[in-house]
Design a protein around this ligand. Structure first.
Ligand code: ADP
Length: 386
C-alpha cells in the first residue's frame, strides 16, 4: 500500500460525494492519491475535486460493488450504504475501511446500544421494539412510561428518525425502533478518535455543541469544550475504549450527553469524518481528514493537539430561500481576522440545507464566540432568485 502511495498510483474510493467526501479528497490530493467518488448527484460537492466521478446509488448492491472493484482502498463519508456489497468487496480482497461489519453494527441504533451495554459502557437505559403496536402495548402495561425518546433503528440522520414522546398526544414513529430514557441534558459533546491497523489510537480534544431550537441541527460547535479536567479525560477514555472494542480501523466520532448530574453518557457514534471535526482543518495540528487517511493507510497517526481555540458555524440555507445560492456578507466576514469560510459548492440553496461552514479562530473560546456572533449577523445563505 505504501509503495503505491509513493508511486502515486494508489486509488482511493470514497462513498459518497457530499462535503465530507470533498474535504477528504482534497486532503488525499495533497499526497497525490487518485480519488474516485460514488454519488447519485452529478452536481455533488466532491465531483470537481475527484479524479474520477462515478454516478451511482450507494444503497444499490451493483453500483457499490462495481465502484469498489475499481479502487485499492474504499472508505465512506456516510452510513447508509449497501452492506452486502461492501462485504463482497472485502471478500474479494478490496480494503474496505472501516470494516463493513462495524458499519453494520453502527447502522443499527439497537445493536449500537447493545454493544455499549455488553462492554459496560455508560449509556441511557433502552429497549428495542418491532413496531408501533409493541410500543403501545408496553405503554398500556406500564412497562414503558412517558417521557421517552424513540429512535428508528436504521436510516435516521440530523434528528430525522428521532422523536421525543412526552405523552399520549405525541405521534410514534412507524418502524423498528430503539426506545430510550429521556436524558436531562446539560451539554452535548463529541470526541473524534482514530485507530490504525497497528492499533495506535489518538483522540481529538472534545468539542461542545449547541443546537438551533428551530431546526434541531447543530448551530455552533466550540473547542475546547467547557468541561472539567475529569470529564474531558473520561470522554476521551470512552472514545478510546469504543474504537478499540470495535477493533476498528478508521475514524470514529463519538457523541456524548452530559446530564444535569454531570454524568457522561454515550449517545451514538459515526464511523467517518464528522461535522464535529470541521474545526480540525483550521485549528488542529492534524485535520480529521488527514487522520482518517493516516489510519486507513496504516501510517503513524498525527498529533491531535489544538493550535488555537475555535468556533464552527454551519452555514445553513435561510428560511424562505430556494434556488441558486448567493452568500450575503461574504466580503464583510473576510475582513474579520481568523474567519475561515468553507463553501461546499452546492449550487442550489433551500431552508436549512448545509451549504458550508465557517471556522472562527480566537485566543480563547470566548473571543471566538464573540466574533462568531458578528459572523452570524453578517453571513446569510440566500437565493439570488427572489
Ligand atoms: P441523529 O442520529 O439524528 O443525530 P441523535 O441520536 O443524535 O440523532 O439525536 C438527535 C438529538 O436529539 C440529540 O442531539 C439530542 O439533542 C436529542 N436526543 C437524542 N436522544 C436523547 C435522549 N435520550 N434524551 C434527550 N434528548 C435526546
Amino acid at each position: 500500500m505504501i509503495e503505491k502511495l509513493v508511486t502515486s498510483s494508489l486509488k482511493l474510493g470514497v462513498i459518497a460525494g457530499g462535503q465530507l467526501g470533498k474535504m477528504l479528497i482534497q486532503e488525499a490530493s495533497r499526497w497525490d492519491i487518485s480519488s474516485y467518488v460514488l454519488d447519485p448527484d452529478e452536481g455533488c460537492s466532491a465531483r470537481n475535486v475527484a479524479n474520477v466521478y462515478v454516478k451511482g446509488d450507494f444503497r444499490d448492491f451493483d453500483d457499490v460493488y462495481a465502484f469498489g472493484k475499481q479502487v485499492d482502498i474504499l472508505t465512506y463519508e456516510l452510513e447508509d450504504i449497501n452492506i452486502e456489497a461492501l462485504q463482497q468487496l472485502k471478500a474479494d480482497g478490496i480494503k474496505v475501511l472501516p470494516d463493513p461489519d462495524t458499519l453494520a453494527l453502527i447502522q443499527d441504533k439497537g445493536l449500537q446500544k447493545e454493544f455499549y451495554t455488553k462492554h459496560q459502557m455508560p449509556t441511557s437505559p433502552f429497549k428495542c421494539y418491532e413496531n408501533v403496536e409493541e410500543i403501545e402495548k408496553a405503554i398500556a402495561s406500564g412497562a414503558l412510561t412517558y417521557p421517552f425518546v424513540q429512535k428508528l433503528r436504521k436510516g435516521g440522520y440530523d434528528g430525522h428518525g428521532v422523536s421525543l414522546i412526552k405523552d399520549a398526544n405525541d405521534t410514534l414513529l412507524d418502524g423498528a425502533s430503539m426506545v430510550e430514557d429521556k436524558v436531562d441534558i446539560a451539554k452535548e459533546i463529541a470526541v473524534i478518535a482514530a485507530r490504525n491497523a497497528k492499533g495506535e489510537v489518538r483522540c481529538f480534544p472534545a468539542v461542545e455543541m449547541s443546537f438551533s431550537e428551530e431546526t434541531n441541527l447543530v448551530e455552533e460547535i466550540f473547542c475546547p469544550a467547557n468541561l472539567t479536567l475529569k470529564q474531558a479525560e473520561v470522554a476521551e477514555l470512552l472514545a478510546h475504549e469504543i474504537i478499540e472494542n470495535l477493533d476498528m480501523v478508521g475514524l470514529l466520532a463519538v457523541e456524548f450527553f452530559i446530564d444535569t448530574k454531570g454524568q457522561i453518557l454515550i449517545n451514538e457514534v459515526a464511523p467517518r469524518p464528522h461535522n464535529s471535526g470541521h474545526h480540525t482543518i483550521d485549528a488542529a495540528v492534524t485535520s480529521q481528514l488527514k487522520q482518517l487517511l493516516r489510519a486507513i493507510l496504516n501510517l503513524p497517526l498525527g498529533s491531535t493537539a489544538l493550535t488555537t481555540s475555535s468556533v464552527m458555524l454551519n452555514l445553513l440555507g435561510e428560511a424562505g430561500h430556494v434556488g441558486p445560492v448567493h452568500y450575503e456578507g461574504f466580503v464583510e466576514c473576510m475582513a474579520i481576522d481568523g474567519v475561515k469560510i468553507h463553501l461546499y459548492g452546492k449550487k442550489m440553496t433551500r431552508p436549512s440545507r448545509k451549504m458550508g461552514h465557517v471556522t472562527i479562530l480566537g485566543n480563547s473560546v470566548e473571543e471566538a464566540r464573540s466574533k462568531a456572533e458578528e459572523v452570524k449577523k453578517l453571513l446569510k445563505v440566500k437565493s439570488c432568485q427572489m
